[in-house]
Design a protein around this ligand. Structure first.
Ligand code: NAD
Length: 353
């Protein structure tokens, strides 16, 4: 039996609904296995701008830093689109990753057989399945580089140090050791100097992992390969911006973005776990959002930050059971299925633990 302090950041849009769904399931884990989860809810994003005038209040950073882990819904929405760029909700997201030193983002995309119809790819492209882990560098590169703007020009700098590439590479190789032992490093080394440094550093790290096969792919080819033969990938490791794009693509292939989790990790066990989707303002407050991505993000938190492997598996099994029983939220609905809302879906998963 363990006791864990979890900082909850519901955020904006559907954030509060999906985080409430994850808490329903975590409470069921707590009853079944006797663990105690102490939740502290904090503000970030648009709701924090409304309350404190800034997207990331110091209090939020302090509480997250003191917690064993952070569970996030999503931030942002049209209400805050007119904010100046330094005060937009997304700044909260970038800021908390930086403050917690979360330099890697792990996004598993697995095609569930029950949801094959939700994938935009034809059956023949999916016959070998899809089980890819995208490992994205999260606190460097162009999203954090120098920004400049003149009267008729603008620029954003893509800069990586060897150290930054090494630490994300290490995570990718360690991850591959627990999976299929294949890493594809994605870059644009035919054009970008930063990519050439990335590639050389990956080659260097690979010497410490003789069991893992390392190959390199240009990002344009990687996007095409994901669309035509997704089963070829085991672990993809790439920079912040390329990872942003490729992980959305791999998620889309797996079906609804409402299904997929992510983990952001750094040097310590304290990670931040969140669904890959945004705050979906178009469906907020209607109890129709899919809470599964957030619920399986909570499962990743149990496994990766708290070492609760059986409990994480129990959540994933419960999700499968509910899908096998043909319950669906609107985004994954198809003929012959039973439509349920966000709250009900979370309750069903909790009951099936
Ligand atoms: P989005 O992911 O919020 O929504 C895209 C589409 O997917 C919408 O039609 C939405 O209804 C649907 N969708 C998303 N999650 C769903 C779920 N759980 N269940 C059912 N349907 C779901 O992306 P967007 O519309 O580009 O962005 C909306 C806002 O979210 C923006 O302000 C954006 O900046 C923000 N955003 C936040 C994060 C984050 O907090 N990590 C990530 C991406 C976007």
């Amino acid at each position: 039996m363990g006791e864990f302090n979890v900082a909850l950041i519901p955020g904006d849009g559907i954030g509060p609904e999906i985080v409430a769904g994850a808490v329903t399931v975590l409470d069921a884990v707590s009853s079944k296995y006797g663990h105690k989860f102490n939740y502290t809810e904090v503000y970030m994003g648009g709701c924090a701008i409304d309350k404190y005038g800034v997207p990331l209040p110091q209090e939020t950073i302090d509480i997250c830093k003191k917690s064993d882990s952070v569970l996030l819904g999503a931030v942002g929405g049209p209400k805050w689109d007119s904010q100046p760029s330094e005060n937009r909700p997304e700044k909260g997201l970038l800021g908390i990753r930086k403050a917690l030193g979360l330099y890697s983002n792990l996004r598993p995309s697995i095609l569930k057989p029950q949801l094959k119809d939700a994938s935009p790819l034809k059956d023949e492209k999916l016959k070998n399945g899809l089980n890819v882990m995208v490992v994205r560098e999260l606190t460097g590169g162009i999203y954090f580089g120098k920004r400049e703007k003149g009267a008729d020009w603008a620029s954003d700098e893509e800069k990586y140090s060897v150290e930054e590439v090494k630490r994300i590479g290490k995570i990718a190789f360690e991850t591959a050791m627990l999976r299929g032992k294949r890493v594809v490093s994605v870059d644009k080394a035919n054009v970008l100097e930063s990519s050439r440094l990335w590639r050389a550093t990956m080659e260097q790290i690979s010497k410490d992992y003789p069991e893992v096969t390392l190959t390199h792919m240009y990002v344009d080819n990687a996007a095409m390969q994901l669309a035509i033969n997704p089963a070829q990938f085991d672990v993809i490791v790439t920079s912040n911006i390329f990872g942003d794009i490729l992980s959305d693509l791999s998620s889309a292939i797996a079906g609804s973005i409402g299904m997929l989790p992510s983990a952001s990790l750094g040097a310590t066990k304290c990670g931040m776990y969140e669904p890959i989707h945004g705050s979906a303002p178009d469906i907020a407050g209607q109890d129709i959002a899919n809470p599964i991505a957030t619920i399986v993000s909570a499962a990743m938190m149990l496994e990766m930050s708290f070492g609760l492997i059986d409990e994480a598996k129990a959540i994933n099994d419960a999700v499968d059971k509910v899908l096998n029983e043909k319950y669906r939220t609107t985004d994954i609905m198809s003929e012959g299925m039973t439509k349920v809302g966000c709250k009900k879906m979370a309750e069903l998963i909790a009951e099936n633990l």
